[in-house]
Design a protein around this ligand. Structure first.
Ligand code: 6PG
Length: 468
């Protein structure tokens, strides 16, 4: 076989990646479970199809690829990937690499990588971000796997990746599940960013009674400032899009129930397992959960008293800065999960490098990530992004606005769960003496759990009074 790589799974992402690879001069063998998709794809891929060979039969597909083989799977994650591995392994030879390019649970990726150890075959978990457009013209890619696989894969993924100032947005981030874990946290940050944008929209719509188009225009103006990002650009354009059927802004006819495929939730689950709390991401995942309880919300609206105590709106400037503050804090929480996982799984993740490969191609690309990359390359007290001098300087300009916006949300009765969570986290970590002494007193009072003292070593108990 003469193909440089095999791509199995010709859905949206697989097709786009196969075309991107062919575009960059690589020869691509393609295959798909539904065999009739192959010919359709090759017709659609003209003239790039000259660089491709389609094979419906698994053995023929594998033999069409030059050894050591790199075979990229763009198929649904979970059980389908396990069946695929079982089906294709008999045709593999020493040195071949299977690459899962889907949004897989990194625990599955670790398990699969372990199963491949000592077999002579390799397994790569690769996070691919950027949607269809990214996959076709330049995604950001997060690779986890062996050095052997990276050597084979590197020229191809570097050629097809998005570029930031000429640098490809892809790297080998660590072994086994590292790439998929980083992609999962990317999605967690994506959820938080999306939610905070939705909260600002909601505040302007519900407390400010502004039309979608006007909110869209405001967001568009933010593209010129520190909020400049793909998600703001998308949101601004979406708000200014009109529904062809009704002539109304399309967001006004979209049902307020958000879907989710699991990556945001996985970010939280893994964070909690490591004793972390990614509260802004949790607020975002939780908000999607509450959004799906539409019947309850509709029933509750006339029943539950609002108790609102204000009507004032924050200024556009405050909204912009509050969103910036929330985004900084959301990203900081995401990077803390990465650093905890790096320690837990001995991955030696390079957080600076991760922030760099997120500067282009992926969904969370933004000018903020450029700032974060700079911050990671500079002085990082206690290894904490939030303590980097340039981040502190940024927070100084936007924390007052975050306080004003969260206060307006609270007084006007508009839920701002992610922005509020970001602020609460900020206020928690910037206080040397917190209030957990009170938790410890309660635990010892009712359960004799013991507490540490500020003025002595060891475990102590209170001389609590008996309750009558
Ligand atoms: C990306 C996106 C992409 C996608 C996910 C998460 O980086 O290109 O994160 O992977 O949007 O499917 O989306 P859900 O909102 O459906 O969980």
């Amino acid at each position: 076989g003469g193909a440089d790589i095999g791509v199995y799974g010709l859905g949206t992402m697989g097709s786009a990646l196969a075309m991107n690879l062919a575009d960059k001069g690589f020869r691509v063998a393609v295959s798909n479970r539904e065999a009739d998709w192959i010919a359709d794809f090759l017709t659609e891929a003209e003239p790039l199809a000259e660089q491709m060979v389609g094979e419906a039969d698994l053995a023929a597909f594998v033999s069409a690829i030059a050894r050591p083989r790199s075979i990229l799977f763009m198929i649904p994650s979970g059980a389908p990937m396990d069946s695929m591995i079982a089906a294709i392994t008999p045709f593999l030879e020493e040195g071949d690499t299977l690459i899962d390019g889907g949004n897989a649970d990194f625990n599955d990726t670790r398990r699969r990588s372990q199963a491949f150890e000592g077999t002579g075959f390799h397994f790569v978990g690769m996070g691919v971000s950027g949607g269809e457009e990214g996959a076709r013209h330049g995604p950001s890619m997060m690779v986890g796997g062996t050095a052997h696989s990276w050597t084979a894969l590197r020229p191809m993924v570097e050629a097809i990746a998005a570029r930031f100032q000429g640098e490809p947005c892809v790297d080998h981030l660590g072994p086994d599940g590292a790439g998929h874990f980083v992609k999962t946290v990317h999605n967690g940050i994506e959820y938080a960013d999306m939610q905070m944008i939705a909260e600002v929209y909601g505040l302007l719509r519900d407390a400010g009674e502004q039309e979608a188009g006007a909110i869209g225009a405001l967001f568009e103006s933010w593209q010129a400032g520190p909020l400049s990002s793909y998600l703001i650009e998308v949101s601004a354009a979406a708000l200014q899009t009109v529904d062809a059927q009704t002539g109304q802004p399309i967001v006004d006819v979209i049902l307020d129930q958000a879907g989710q495929k699991g990556t945001g939730r996985w970010t939280l689950i893994e964070a909690l397992k490591m004793g972390q709390s990614a509260s802004t991401i949790e607020a975002a995942v939780g908000a999607r959960g509450w959004s799906s309880e539409k019947p309850l919300r509709v029933a509750a609206e006339p029943l539950l008293p609002s108790g609102t105590v204000g009507t004032d709106l924050p200024s556009a400037d405050d909204l912009e800065r509050a969103l910036l503050a929330g985004r900084i804090l959301g990203h900081a929480q995401g990077f803390r999960i990465l650093s905890a996982a790096s320690e837990e799984f001995a991955w030696s993740l390079d957080l600076a490098r991760i922030s760099e490969i997120w500067r282009a191609g992926c969904i969370i690309r933004s000018s903020l990530l450029d700032d974060l990359a700079e911050a990671f390359r500079g002085d990082l007290p206690m290894g904490q992004l939030i303590l980097a001098p340039r981040i502190i300087a940024l927070l100084e300009t936007c924390i007052p606005s975050l306080r004003r916006v969260v206060a307006v949300g609270a007084s006007t009765g508009v839920a701002l769960p992610a922005l509020s969570a970001a602020l609460a986290w900020y206020d928690s970590i910037r206080r040397g003496r917190g209030s957990a002494n009170m938790i410890q007193a309660q635990r010892d009072f009712f359960g004799a759990h013991g507490f540490a003292r500020v003025d002595a070593e060891g475990k102590h108990h209170g001389d609590w009074p008996a309750l009558t």
